[in-house]
Ligand binder design. Sequence first.
Ligand SMILES: *Cc1c(COP(=O)(O)O)cnc(C)c1O
Length: 439
Amino acid sequence: MRGGGLRPATAVGRVGRRTRVTEPFPRVAGELCCGGLTLRELADRFGTPLYVYNGPAIDERYLAFERAFASVDRLVAYSVKANANLAVLRRLAALGSGADIVSRGELHRALLAGIEPRKIVFAGVGKTEAEMRAALEAGIYSFNVESAGELDALSRVAAALGVEACFALRVNPDIVSPTPHAYTRTGHLETKFGIPVGETLELYRWARGVVGLRAAGIDVHIGSQIADPEPYARAVSRVLELVGELRGSGIELEYVDMGGGFAIRYGGGEAMDLVSLAQAVAPRVAGTGLKLVVEPGRYLVGEAGMLITRVLYVKRTDRKTFVVTDAGMSELLRPSHYGGYHEIELVMEQRDRSVETVDVVGPVCETGDFLALDRPLPVPQPGELLAVRQAGAYGFTMTMNYNGRLRPAEVLVEDARACVVRRRETLDDLVRGEVDLWV
Ligand SMILES: *Cc1c(COP(=O)(O)O)cnc(C)c1O
């Protein structure tokens, strides 16, 4: 990788303790950079707000995953909802990645990007029959099914097409996973996700006699932003017990899907250490003859992306200092949706600035529109650039047009070159599809 002299030799790992990767956005001579370009020049060329991705950083994380789980037969199925840009998907496809999709739209993206249909698993509690049909016609690997009703619908759709649908039941293992926010816990019985352990055997047995269905796997996904391998080991052990019982009934599966949710560092927190994770999980799976499916999302892309925003105003009241930026909840929803924490830095280091506790807020007319609350920050001046870290996952994919906001551009950097992988939305984009069509 050409670095234009900007890549410091010591830029090392923010991800886990033992999973060393290079820093995607190092600070060189006081300026934040990406792949040999400065973020300032990218903001000047492409405008703000702007998503910037470090391409090789995504590859590096994907390959770290493959390495960590090298001892088992595996499928790394990237969770497309984390970052669905075609350029990101194409890179991962080229490395052999599969995909974990949750809609027909994501299926379309995955196929366009060249991900092999046989490496696609379809998750989600609300698949429509049209979505099932499209996925079967594309020849995807398997459906991770979340209810008896869905399994029944899948059998009807598959039978009508004259094919067999491979499925796994997504088991709700009733594990309250240690995620930072209730909205990112999916493995306990109070969530809409999965099928209670006690009902799964019966459902597999029912499916055995049903036309159009073939039991291929068993699936769990316990939540997101989990840094501890132990709940994964517990969840996998729990479903492997079920695999044993199924064997006893003559039902042989071919894969166990442990889901995703592996933590990255948002600020001070811990990241999942892949080596420890693999050590905790792989030996349990190795003896079973099953393929292990893993569905990393944020782990592959989160730290490889930044949101660059320009400061519009600094507004002081008796109580607070507000830094008003040209990006807010419409560009990065995580802070307001589930209290997501993102590190924020000045793109150009300002050593003389006093550090104050500020709210970094966007232009959207909502009190809940903020990027950070009560954050100690060297107070920027209007016109200066801020960089919001760890924005590569659940950043652009959660953007919206609320308040007439235009979605930002996305730029991917590699070898000191920048590629616009999605152009900034225009006013025409904003009203596209709005017709007066009386029927
Ligand atoms: C969202 C999701 C993932 C990925 O979660 P990350 O926290 O991004 O790793 C994996 N599997 C399923 C079923 C999901 O819903």
